[in-house]
Design a protein around this ligand. Structure first.
Ligand code: BGC
Length: 361
């Protein structure tokens, strides 16, 4: 069970009693909306983006199994064809009568029309992992703390390079896809750690490409990161050492390492995120330096717990009501804590993950 404060629990109990069995959101005397709850067996829509990293693939199975076990009818869809496919999928979910929409957006700013339709139909919208922007029609956000992910990556880059030798260090910076609201937050978190070191002269971004817009990787695609790394290496490092690369996730980290290997250079310290199988292997082999543990099981579990709370007509617990301004409103968020993983703590970090713990033995 989620923790509820006494007053929230009381509100929840009253709402559940007053409204159980009836339709969706109802107007309260004050003009606001109270959650109406809904029945077991209701359809729940889960719109996922492209399979740009393993966490999304894991989420698909976990949502299907977890929602079914909790007594709901899951409709989980990937939008490998892009934004318009995701828009169409969400519209169909609404037409099919889902009670809750859980959305991992490809482009969080491109779903305004569909989210308005959802709102009009009284559907609760939960942004999952990625924020939905430029809309008032998003009720909650559930994710790992993205800024903290960036801070951990920035710190890991510094720690990894310090283990190799004395600075100043030559580095390059990579960011994720600009249509994913997370990408900027990851980058800002990392730069909050790295920028002071750049200013102090301890870090040198040899290419000079220090802006988010210069560092982005469209579509989170490995090929794009590899091509950019090839260009950075040939243009700036023919007789210069490269000590570290900030990579926002594991897929891109491996692409960056592939590029460096092809150029025949010594491997720099490279960060990552997601605890993908191939990256955990790479970390254990001493190539990629770090990743982030954002256990998808815990995130999906929390999202399903939110669905259960909504079904019971409860007000949901959030732990952040400040950080996620989507351009129209500050979205109430429940943030989980990410964990940095290097070779040193991998066995501990993955102790309760049967797949990953095998790799650390
Ligand atoms: C997720 C990351 C993932 C990336 C690419 C982001 O929104 O938070 O975990 O690596 O998307 O799929």
């Amino acid at each position: 069970m989620r923790k509820l404060t006494t007053s929230l629990a009381a509100v929840a109990a009253i709402s559940a009693l007053a409204l159980s069995g009836c339709g969706r959101a109802e107007e309260t005397p004050g003009g606001g909306e109270a959650a109406a709850g809904f029945e077991e067996g209701s359809a729940i829509g889960v719109a996922l983006p492209q399979k740009t990293s393993e966490n999304w693939v894991l989420a698909e199975g976990l949502f299907n199994d977890g929602l079914a076990e909790a007594g709901y009818e899951p409709d989980v869809q990937f939008a490998n064809g892009g934004v318009s496919e995701q828009q169409n999928q969400i519209s169909s979910m609404i037409t099919n009568g889902v009670e809750v929409l859980i959305v991992g957006a490809i482009d969080g700013a491109q779903l305004g029309t569909q989210l308005q339709q959802a709102k009009d139909a009284g559907i609760t919208v939960i942004a999952y992992d990625r924020l939905l922007t430029n809309t008032e029609n998003v009720d909650y956000y559930v994710a790992y703390d993205n800024f903290q992910v960036g801070e951990l990556q920035g710190q890991a880059l510094l720690d990894g390079m310090a283990e190799q030798g004395e600075g100043p260090y030559n580095i390059e910076l990579f960011a994720g896809s600009p249509d994913d609201a997370n990408a900027q937050v990851f980058f800002d978190g990392a730069m909050s750690v790295l920028q002071p070191e750049i200013e102090a002269g301890n870090l040198n971004v040899v290419s000079g490409q220090t802006e988010f817009n210069q560092a982005v990787t469209q579509g989170w695609e490995a090929g794009n990161a590899q091509t950019r790394m090839d260009t950075l290496l040939s243009g700036n490092y023919s007789d210069t050492e490269l000590h570290g690369v900030l990579s926002p996730n594991d897929t891109l980290a491996r692409a960056i390492l592939t590029s460096v290997k092809a150029a025949g250079k010594d491997l720099p310290v490279v960060t990552g995120q997601d605890s993908e199988v191939e990256s955990v292997k790479s970390i254990m082999a001493g190539e990629q330096y770090s990743t982030i543990n954002k256990d998808t099981r815990a995130l999906v579990d929390h999202a399903i717990g939110m669905v259960e709370g909504l079904a019971a007509g409860e007000e949901l617990e959030v732990n952040d009501t400040e950080s996620y301004d989507n351009g129209v409103k500050v979205v109430p968020a429940y943030l989980l804590e990410p964990q940095i993983v290097t070779q040193e703590n991998a066995a501990d970090a993955y102790a309760n993950d049967p797949t990953l713990s095998e790799l650390t033995k």
